[in-house]
Design a protein around this ligand. Structure first.
Ligand SMILES: O=P(O)(O)OC[C@H]1O[C@](O)(CO)[C@@H](O)[C@@H]1O
Ligand SMILES: [Mn+2]
Length: 443
């Protein structure tokens, strides 16, 4: 066998005092408690909709979740999934793989195993708690929080939609330089939109309150790696090479619903309206995930909310977006791979169909922190390791990560850059204050 370069160790709760440790110790149990509370609060609704059967199902789901919380807090071994959902076999194979990795050092468990694995596993078990318990099997325990985040960001959504509709009025007259400036602005809005996730704040309010466009200039110093120029060159060249037959395709691997999703949709609209792209493909989650991640339901709900909003520019956006979906120039996809525990370096093997689909894209935009963790394998990388190396052979197409730092891993920094910030701001990697626009040109 060819020599394999050793990868750094995985982030894990076994490193006491690390962000992974605190997440598993404090934040994950808090999230589980909130999920249980949410089910309690909906008891009457389940009764009204389904009668006694609904209440029985709620009780079973709650006891399953309490057991889960107890397993987590007492660092019990990770158990195989017992449901028959389509991805169960893959999860159980992954558990075997973790067992082999631990090499006789005990069973994989909440604090001993890789953080990425156990955290994903928790969300999969939350899903099982509901999915196994009809008639409440379609209930999304995170739905309310996502909707609330959307409504609380209303002013920011209005400001963004208004700005964008004004821009559309004269988009045809913009020269290349101006188009580039507008793209950079909307990329930054989409980047900082990633501050608004709900798993980071364990479900606490995390909406966009201020105007998303006003503060961009002052935030530029917080973009630690800024490859926007490279994105621009790629898009402009793709457009120049574009013939009638080959459409320029842009993919967005979505993260959170709420303000972040709206900022992604505005960016996608800009790419089409400026003719930098001919089609945009969105990738969402097929089950509720990491509290605020976008599912197909959230995606459609958001477009509908904008469409029916009592504000001219908001509804104009919504109407155009619905039109894009109908015309097929916007396409929504979901794939089970996005909610598996695997990092992206195993996509080609585990989900070859998805990998092949992504290969058709001119540019993949990965939103958010979890996607960054999966891109880089959630490992203890040196800050200066090149992004390309950390991707560990995941290169389906040119790609870019737009991510605010909310977990302690980052690569591609200049020598000394990380250490310098660390000296004055020990929380810099997990505060969401810093971001990256990090590009990799593929093979
Ligand atoms: O929505 P995002 O940006 O992927 O962030 C998810 C959050 O959840 C975490 O995975 C921690 O629970 C962090 O890495 C991150 O703060
Ligand atoms: Mn998220």
């Amino acid at each position: 066998m060819a020599a394999v370069t050793a990868l750094p160790v995985s982030l894990s709760g076994r490193f006491k005092g690390s962000f992974a440790y605190f997440t598993i110790k404090d934040r994950l149990p808090q999230i589980l408690t909130r999920v249980i509370d949410t089910l309690h609060r909906h008891k009457n609704e389940f009764f009204e909709e389904h009668g006694e059967k609904g209440v029985e199902a709620e009780k079973r789901a709650i006891s399953f979740l309490s057991k889960l919380r107890n397993e987590l807090q007492t660092d019990k071994p990770v158990t195989p999934l017992e449901d028959e959902l389509p991805d169960a076999a893959l999860w159980n194979q992954y558990l075997d793989y973790q067992r082999n990795l631990s090499n006789g050092n005990g069973e994989p468990s909440w604090f001993q195993s890789p953080w990425l694995y156990v955290e994903c596993y928790m969300y999969r078990r939350i899903h099982a708690a509901l999915a196994q318990n009809p008639p409440i099997d379609n209930f999304d325990v995170f739905k309310e929080g996502k909707a609330q985040n959307f409504f609380e960001s209303q002013e920011a959504v209005i400001a963004l939609c208004t700005y964008f509709q004004e821009l559309l009025k004269n988009i045809k007259d913009l020269d290349e330089k101006q188009l580039q400036e507008e793209l950079f602005k909307l990329l930054q809005v989409s980047l900082w939109g990633n501050k608004c996730d709900l798993s980071f704040s364990a479900g606490e309010d995390s909406s966009q309150k201020s105007s998303p466009l006003q503060s961009l200039e002052s935030l530029i110093p917080y973009i630690l790696v800024n490859d926007t120029e490279k994105l621009w060159s790629l898009l402009v060249n793709a457009k120049k090479r574009n013939t009638e037959k080959s459409n320029v395709r842009f993919d967005i691997i979505l993260d959170n619903a709420g303000f972040e999703l709206v900022s992604d949709l505005v960016l996608a609209d800009f790419l089409l309206s400026s003719k930098l792209a001919d089609e945009v493909h969105f990738h969402g989650k097929s089950i509720p995930w990491y509290v605020s991640d976008t599912t197909k339901h959230d995606f459609n709900w958001t477009v509908k909310q904008l469409q029916s909003a009592n504000h001219m520019w908001m509804s104009r956006c919504g109407i155009n977006w619905e039109g894009n979906l109908k015309k097929g120039v916007w396409v929504y996809h979901d794939h089970m791979f996005w909610t598996l525990p695997h990092d992206f370096s195993s996509m080609a093997e585990v989900a070859p169909d998805l990998y092949a689909d992504l290969q058709k894209s001119n540019l993949l935009l990965f939103k958010g922190d979890l996607n960054y963790r999966k891109l880089t394998g959630d490992r203890k990388w040196e800050y200066t390791v090149p992004f390309h190396q950390a991707l560990n052979k995941f290169h389906p197409a040119p790609l870019c990560s737009l991510r605010t730092l909310k977990s302690d891993t980052v690569v591609g920094l200049k020598p000394g850059q990380g250490e310098q910030i660390q000296a004055s701001e020990p929380e810099w990697m997990v505060s969401g204050k810093y971001g990256v626009v990090q590009f990799d040109a593929a093979l």
